[in-house]
Design a protein around this ligand. Structure first.
Ligand SMILES: Nc1ncnc2c1ncn2[C@@H]1O[C@H](COP(=O)(O)OP(=O)(O)OP(=O)(O)O)[C@@H](O)[C@H]1O
Ligand SMILES: [Mg+2]
Length: 460
């Protein structure tokens, strides 16, 4: 708009300038013709009577030139007005407005002109005598309002055209913006869902670069999807294959451990074997659980109306032994109720109790694992008219802000988690379980202060 404004301004100025040059040229031609007529009078007068009679010359010249302008004037070399004619009528004693500067300029030998506010052009030109002296100044007045009218017309056309052009350009820019930003938004949305591992087909109905980009993205999404599926299938197969030998190893380690009563060194080794095979069994079981999730839809899971208070209480009781090892206390409380109150409001959710217990146990396990000795874990249950909210808060090592999102990914462990063993699957399993029952989890944490993980489930 700005550059367009500048162009319009420049064009307007150019029209002004070139129109004036044209009019100036016209006036010069007219002045030349007038000068010729004037000199004719001078020459005739000289030939008829020897001495030039100024008064007579002026009268004759005015007679001849009176029709050449709205008003014509003749001055002598001392800038005195000798005579004038208005609308073709010769007036000898008028007091018109005289542009002295123009007359001076004419006496020095060049043209000069002035345009008044009422669009009258006063044009002066020198007239030479037989000695080539600027003896007279001839001035004529031309009404150039027609010229201003034409200029206004041109300006009107120019501005109307510019207005139309601006409207057109605005519409065109809007169209271009819509046509380029809309598909870019589609591509952007696709990349965002890809980053969340939600692969869907991307298609733009166009053959240009954006269409090609969409096609490339679509192919990339498909390949990534296939690759991830393949990876999951691989993990699932391996887990299955490992299950049987692992249970054999576990069984034998238990047998060896229980049978060894004398050699303390060996007993330690067998205990270690047993512990590690337990850990591996747990890992395999979790992997199998995840691959079961990958394959089945939520409709295939057994769901029953479950009383959440009792379930949480049960999980907390199960975890107590583990907490005691680090002298950690677990408090379960329902908001608006005393801890372990007998008459708690019963709150139900449609879930698979085994899986939800597993999820909550995973969170409590984390709370114990990532807390120091003698700290406190608080499990709090709240409910709204539509939701059951379970919060598991600890006073442990916390999670750094930039890792908060990633800890919910499979196999991701935070940098400060090396203090405890783990495979990085617990939270992702918990997330998947909760999402299967149309809920979600939320992790809040402050490094060194503690972590609170919230499970939100719809009420039954
Ligand atoms: N309560 C917590 N306090 C501090 N860090 C936590 C807490 N819960 C989870 N984390 C961080 O999130 C990471 C992922 O947790 P997740 O439960 O998925 O795996 P894990 O505990 O390392 O292993 P697993 O649960 O499979 O044995 C952990 O490694 C830890 O860094
Ligand atoms: Mg864990």
């Amino acid at each position: 708009m700005l550059s367009f404004g500048i162009i319009i301004f420049a064009v307007n100025k150019a029209i002004d300038y070139y129109s004036f040059i044209t009019i100036e040229k016209q006036m010069m031609e007219k002045a030349d013709l007038s000068e010729l007529s004037f000199r004719e009078v001078l020459a005739q007068h000289r030939s008829s009577s020897g001495e030039p009679q100024t008064k007579e010359i002026v009268r004759l010249a005015l007679e001849k030139l009176k029709a050449s302008g709205k008003e014509v004037r003749i001055y002598d070399s001392s800038k005195q007005l000798l005579g004038l004619a208005v609308d073709g009528i010769i007036i000898n004693d008028g007091k018109p407005h005289i542009f002295e500067k123009n007359i001076e300029k004419a006496l020095s030998g060049s043209y000069a002109y002035t345009v008044t506010d009422d669009h009258l052009l006063y044009f002066t030109t020198p007239i030479q005598n037989q000695f080539y002296e600027n003896a007279y100044v001839y001035e004529f007045v031309e009404d150039i309002s027609y010229f201003y009218a034409i200029m206004d017309q041109i300006r009107y056309v120019l501005f109307a055209g510019a207005g139309g052009f601006i409207v057109l350009i605005t519409l065109a820019s809007l169209w271009i913006a819509r046509n380029t930003t809309k598909p870019i938004k589609v591509l952007l949305d696709a990349t965002q869902s890809f980053s969340k591992q939600e692969f869907r087909r991307v298609h733009l109905n166009r053959k240009d670069e954006l269409g090609m980009l969409a096609e490339g993205l679509d192919q990339m999404g498909q390949q990534l999807h296939n690759y991830i599926q393949y990876q999951k299938q691989f993990v699932s197969n391996v887990s299955h294959e490992l299950k049987t030998p692992l249970s054999a190893i576990r069984g034998f380690s238990q047998y060896l451990y229980e049978g060894e009563n004398e050699n303390e060194e060996l007993q330690k080794i067998y205990a270690h074997l047993l512990q590690e095979s337990d850990r591996l069994t747990r890992l395999i079981n979790e992997l199998l659980l995840l691959s079961r999730f990958d394959k089945t839809g939520s409709s295939e899971l057994e769901v029953e109306k479950t009383e959440m208070n009792a379930l949480i209480q049960q999980v907390a009781t199960n975890m107590e032994a583990k907490a005691k090892e680090k002298e950690i206390s677990i408090t379960v409380k329902q908001v608006d109720g005393e801890p372990s109150d007998e008459n708690l409001t019963k709150v139900y959710a449609n879930v698979n109790p085994m899986l939800i217990s597993h999820a909550i146990a995973n969170l409590m396990d984390n709370a114990i694992k990532y807390s120091g000795r003698h700290s406190k874990i608080e499990v709090q249950m709240e409910h709204t008219s539509s939701e059951v909210i379970v919060k598991i808060g600890d006073q442990g090592i916390g999670i750094a802000g930039d890792e908060m999102e990633r800890v919910q990914e499979r196999f991701y462990r935070a940098k400060n988690a090396s203090t405890a063993n783990g495979s990085g699957l617990g939270l992702s399993i918990c997330k998947e379980i909760v999402e299967r029952f149309n809920g979600y989890i939320d992790v809040e944490s402050e490094l060194g202060q503690g972590t609170t993980v919230t499970i939100v489930l719809p009420r039954a």
